[in-house]
Design a protein. Structure first.
Lengths: 220, 444
């Protein structure tokens, strides 16, 4: 998944970014709300927000994003541990709430739970002959496990989480590479070609001029 | 809390009762004094009045008898029975012979006096009070008019009795009226007491309203000032806690995340060392949370009905096996109880426990939570010291407490109106937390 971490503490922010990257996520990290407002235009699966930030309240910012119609899932990471804080955070538009200090492993587990929920399945998701376990980051073709690279998995995960929707090529690039991506212009096509060769040509459908979609026939 | 206990245990005297007792004693004393004074005055005045009346009556009888043709030659020495009650009697005595020559129907046959006296006299050997008068034309005849001592005594006793009764009645009515008035006058104290009980220093609108009594105004001002200072103190502590929470929790989260990352990236040989460092950081984190909890435990708990599972499941990462009723519910401030449970489970883990059983039960209006582990327990002497220290609320260095867990549990329980008790299981260590139900503030 592509994650945006909004955390002003560099020790925590940097560690979270690296830890979650090692879990296979594409993670962008920013420290202020003004940076987050720019990045919020990018496609993200989940925002991880601190409450107290140098230029304002993360929950207030989240509320304003919700008013604008942004539906990206959000987890508030905060030092505030009171009941009314949790209520205020959830009422402000957060989907989950984690009180610092927390174990990054628990955050990873919650992200896996989120990804399962976003994929619309508690366990494995079947797309034609292909089975995908988002939490385990594994895929099977006709019941046989298929090894995927990190990039290939990221593309497959981004499309599975948006099953039935067309994902613009630029968005897919952003979801897979993040802000730090230095991908060659045809790299995405190359990874998609490899995915098709591993999991079947019909898995990813190209919609000319618009982007990609999980294969409609396969998805049935 | 200890002062409250004392107030409950000791039967304190009531101002109203004390004043009423004082009034009753005063009224009885005053009534007696008034009665004695009245008796002393009335005795003299009444005696004089009765003597004067006796003298006047004697003179009147003397005049009547003097107008008779010859009072000394009565046909009937004894008059027939009077048709009236005779309170006065009279005799005509012949001073030469010493015999009664005429008398009223109730008068004795023997003469009460045989010689004239100017003043009112007591009869010799007879209970009579008498006046003697001579006749100008018959010097040997003496008129004796008398009244019984009993009659005079009865008049005095009646006067004194009614005076005493009236005085005591007036005093009793006064006491009753004063007692009622006292109750009314002491109402402002009760009003002030209720106001203080309902005063939340964080809500200025709940400050006790003025009772309208000048004597209570300084107390009201002092209570208001105290509330203001307390409220400000709480606000400062809350602000400090919030700052401290942010200042401590975020770096702790950063340290833990960095260590988690380092454990992943480190060579296999280095991982145990990093894991120990992470465990130490985790303990430091729990201590920090306990301290923040202690800061909050002086505040009013915000109780909610919460499933036990929701409280305990997030704490299951300590390597302990937790056994509890998955459907159990408790009414508690979860923000206060969570750090308590974290610390108690940490204690159990450090004392080599593998299993912790947590049971919830309801005893009357109380909720009871027992946390029992199968660890090594603690030495009897330390256990006894801790048990006594808990009773005394003594958390000092001599108390025997090694960590924050039990102290925090006791502070949080007392904030809930409850208490903490060390149990004596056959093995391991057990702690009982009890607190009253029925104070849920919010439900979410």
């Amino acid at each position: 998944m592509r994650l945006l971490v909004l955390e002003d503490d560099s020790t925590l922010g940097e560690a979270l970014q690296e830890f979650l990257r090692m879990d296979g996520h594409v993670v962008d990290w920013c420290r202020t709300l003004s940076q987050a407002s720019v990045l919020a235009r990018e496609p993200y699966d989940i925002w991880l927000l601190d409450w107290n930030l140098p230029d304002g309240s993360g929950v207030d910012w989240l509320r304003s994003q919700r008013i604008k119609g942004m539906t990206t899932a959000a987890i508030v990471l905060t030092a505030r541990d009171q009941l009314q804080d949790r209520i205020a955070g959830l009422d402000g538009g957060a989907d989950d709430f984690m009180v610092k200090p927390f174990a990054p492993e628990e955050l990873s587990a919650r992200l896996r739970a989120f990804s399962r929920r976003l994929a619309g399945s508690a366990e494995r998701k079947r797309i034609g002959r292909v089975e995908v376990d988002i939490a385990a980051k594994s895929a099977w073709l006709n019941g046989v496990h298929v090894d995927l690279t990190a990039r290939e998995w990221a593309i497959l995960e981004a499309l599975v989480l948006r099953a039935g929707r067309i994902v613009a090529a630029t968005d897919l690039e952003a979801l897979v590479m993040g802000l730090e991506g230095d991908i060659a212009s045809n790299a995405l096509q190359v990874h998609i070609h490899k995915l098709r060769s591993k999991l079947g040509k019909g898995l990813i459908e190209t919609i000319r001029g618009l982007g990609y979609r999980l294969g409609a026939d396969e998805a049935k | 809390m200890k002062q409250n206990d004392l107030m409950v245990r000791i039967n304190l005297s009531s101002i109203r009762n004390r004043l009423t007792a004082l009034l009753v004693a005063g009224a009885i004393g005053l009534g007696a004094l008034i009665s004695i004074s009245i008796w002393w005055v009335v005795d003299g005045e009444l005696t004089e009045l009765m003597d004067h009346g006796l003298q006047e009556s004697a003179e009147l009888i003397h005049n009547v008898l003097s107008s008779a043709p010859d009072p000394t030659h009565q046909q009937h020495p004894s008059r027939p029975d009077s048709e009236y009650a005779e309170h006065l009697i009279w005799q005509l005595v012949n001073v030469d012979t010493g015999k009664v020559i005429a008398r009223s129907s109730n008068a004795p046959d023997t003469p009460l006096a045989t010689a004239w006296h100017a003043d009112v006299q007591h009869a010799v050997n007879a209970p009579w009070h008498m006046v003697t008068l001579e006749f100008r034309h018959s010097k040997q005849t003496l008129l004796v008019v008398a009244q019984t001592e009993e009659e005079r005594h009865e008049a005095l006793v009646d006067t004194l009795g009614y005076t005493l009764l009236t005085t005591l009645t007036v005093c009793a009515l006064g006491i009753w009226a004063m007692s009622r008035r006292m109750r009314v006058e002491l109402q402002p104290l009760q009003q002030l007491s209720d106001g203080v009980r309902n005063y939340d220093p964080l809500l200025p609108a709940t400050a006790p309203t003025s009772t309208g009594r000048a004597e209570l105004q300084p107390i009201e001002n002092a209570i208001y000032d105290l509330g203001q200072r307390l409220g400000q103190r709480i606000i400062s502590e809350q602000a400090f806690t919030a700052h401290a929470a942010h200042a401590l929790r975020t770096p702790m989260a950063g340290i833990d995340a960095q260590l988690a990352l380092a454990i992943r990236e480190a060579p296999e040989a280095l991982r145990p060392r990093l894991e120990r460092a992470r465990e130490a950081a985790s303990r430091l984190s729990r201590v920090m949370q306990a301290l923040l909890g202690m800061f909050r435990s002086g505040l009013e708990p915000r109780r909610v009905q919460i499933p036990l599972r929701q409280l305990l499941e997030p704490l299951g990462s300590t390597g302990l096996h937790l056994a509890f009723d998955p459907y159990g519910q408790i009414e508690v401030d979860p923000d206060l109880l969570t750090p308590v449970l974290i610390n108690l489970l940490d204690n159990a883990h450090r004392h080599k426990a593998k299993n912790v059983e947590i049971t919830v039960s309801e005893i009357g209006a109380m909720t009871r939570l027992i946390i029992q582990d199968d660890g090594e327990g603690c030495p009897t002497e330390v256990f006894n010291n801790m048990r006594e220290a808990l009773d005394r609320q003594d958390y000092g260095p001599q108390s025997g407490f090694k960590g924050l867990g039990i102290i925090l549990a006791d502070l949080v329980m007392r904030a809930h109106g409850g208490r903490t008790k060390l149990l004596s299981p056959a093995s391991g260590f057990a702690l009982e937390l009890t607190w009253p139900r029925g104070h849920t503030a919010t439900a979410s």
